[in-house]
Design a protein around this ligand. Structure first.
Ligand code: GDP
Ligand code: IMO
Ligand code: MG
Length: 428
């Protein structure tokens, strides 16, 4: 199980790609095209939205029931990756996943516009409205694509209500039934070959003792239940979410690898205690190339926050940690690391505040670690790290009481230092 430990974009795609080599199946269980996972392999850059990051190795790739699927993006991705020679015929899509419809995207945009200064800063891909309709039991599922009559009927029923919303609540354009039904019938024909009973497929793989990798999208602090609500996404981003998101029992998950950047980024609105004040913010952003994969927005940058990371370790039950983008920190004399928060009443804590107001007003308390200036992109093993870089990693491992098993030293697939054999890491 591989899961984001911060606010997303931790480099999960790269880590999943790396460990997918030693796996048979790679499974996404949450989210949709709000995810953007970048993999750089042999000088080629792949930006994955729906597809599990095992696709580059030709692994069987599952998109589970907990995901939401935008057929337009899905088809685009199939064409793009297929056109680049990747084996997209091994993609399996759950019939229980929900479809993102054009009204979901329109409502996402309209809602953000109406919220004005209070907006969430969503990716505007219709994610929240799709999960809301799922909970309302008004959603259209992938399996509805299997029957043209059912599909048309469901679109008609939903559209009758959605058009009233679009017009009256958001002052947006309404959507025309005939054109939409026809377009979706076209998508249906493209998607049908991929639809499978993915819960059964994963279960069988596990019974046959094949190696299954679960790929979390987004990050711990974006979780709908335990994240920094309301500035979160609408799915379960935690490791435990893989069980309902795929339709397997929680006992089938036997190890959890958290992925954290050596610093922190956040896209969109919401509190961010360690967000950097002053020119270092831009410096980290430029050095790390911190611009969103999905929306191109600038990512807000902050120093490493061990209070939040300790919370992520608690929520996910990390058995080990990958610390990515350590190379980006290679030009700072000193590196602040947040080990505690000071709350409004002056009390200091190393636990994540349970109440939103405490978190909103929490001030970071830093320990300053020495920096290093040697570049890391050519370092070949852990012993080759500059002493200060090694001390930085050891500090994180000690504070969290978790093994750091992988260290990212560049965007390319090979630019990673492993504490153990990759096979052993992939098997937990
Ligand atoms: P994800 O959403 O968690 O998969 O992460 P993204 O792909 O959105 O963002 C991570 C970015 O950092 C991508 O552009 C990766 O190519 C890049 N990246 C991943 N690991 C490293 C690393 O160790 N060093 C550097 N410099 N870049 C990395
Ligand atoms: P990956 O998988 C970073 C953020 C959005 C916004 C909030 C809600 O690439 O790490 P949504 O469109 O989901 O309703 O937006 O969640 N967000 C992400 N930020 N990486 C992601 O995915 C994200 N997915 C959602 O920026 O703040
Ligand atoms: Mg991303």
């Amino acid at each position: 199980m591989i899961v984001g430990a911060q606010w997303g974009d931790e480099g999960k795609g790269k880590i999943v790609d790396l460990l997918a080599q030693s796996s048979d199946l790679v499974c996404r269980y949450n989210g949709g095209p709000n995810a953007g996972h970048t993999i750089v392999a042999d000088g080629e850059t792949y930006k994955l939205r729906h597809m599990p990051s095992g696709i580059l190795w030709g692994k069987e790739c599952v998109i589970g029931a907990g995901c939401v699927v935008d057929p337009e993006v899905f088809v685009e991705e199939l064409d793009d990756l297929g056109g680049r020679g990747l084996p997209v015929d091994r993609v399996r899509l759950s019939g229980d996943a929900h479809l993102i419809m054009p009204w979901h995207r329109a409502i996402d945009r309209g809602s953000e516009r109406r919220l004005g200064k209070l907006k969430i800063g969503t990716t505007r891909r219709g994610i929240g409205p799709t999960y809301a309709d799922k909970a309302m039991r008004l959603g259209i599922r992938v399996q509805d694509l299997l029957d043209a009559k059912i599909l048309r009927q469901k679109i008609e029923v939903a559209l009758a209500e959605k058009n009233v919303w679009l017009e009256r609540v958001y002052g947006s354009e309404t959507i025309e039934l005939e054109e939409l039904a026809e377009r979706y019938e076209g998508y249906a024909q493209r998607l049908r070959p991929y639809i499978s009973d993915t819960s059964l497929l994963v279960d069988r793989a596990l019974r046959e003792a094949r190696f299954v990798l679960f790929e979390g999208a987004h990050g711990t602090l974006l979780d709908i239940d335990h994240g920094t609500y309301p500035f979160v996404t609408s799915s379960s981003t935690l490791a435990g979410g893989a069980a309902p998101g795929l339709g397997i029992g929680p006992t089938r998950i036997d190890s959890v690898l958290g992925v954290a950047k050596a610093y922190v980024t956040r896209v969109g609105e919401g509190p961010f205690p360690t967000e950097i004040d002053g020119p270092d913010q831009e410096r980290v952003r430029d050095l790390g190339g911190e611009f969103g994969t999905v929306t191109g927005r600038v990512r807000r940058c902050g120093w490493l926050d061990l209070v939040a990371l300790r919370y992520a370790a608690r929520l996910n039950g990390f058995t080990s940690l990958a610390l990515t983008k350590l190379d980006v920190l290679s030009s700072f004399d000193e590196l602040p690391v947040c080990t505690r928060y000071r709350l409004p009443d002056g009390i200091e804590t190393d636990e994540f505040p349970a109440h939103q107001s405490d978190f909103h007003h929490a001030r970071p308390v830093y320990e300053t670690l020495p920096g290093w200036t040697e570049p890391l992109d050519e370092v070949e093993d852990l012993h080759g790290l500059p002493d200060a870089a090694r001390a930085y990693v050891d500090f994180v491992a000690r504070e969290l009481d978790v093994e750091v098993c992988l260290i990212g030293t560049g965007a390319e697939r090979e630019q990673v230092l492993a504490a153990r054999e990759l096979d052993a890491i992939a098997r937990g």
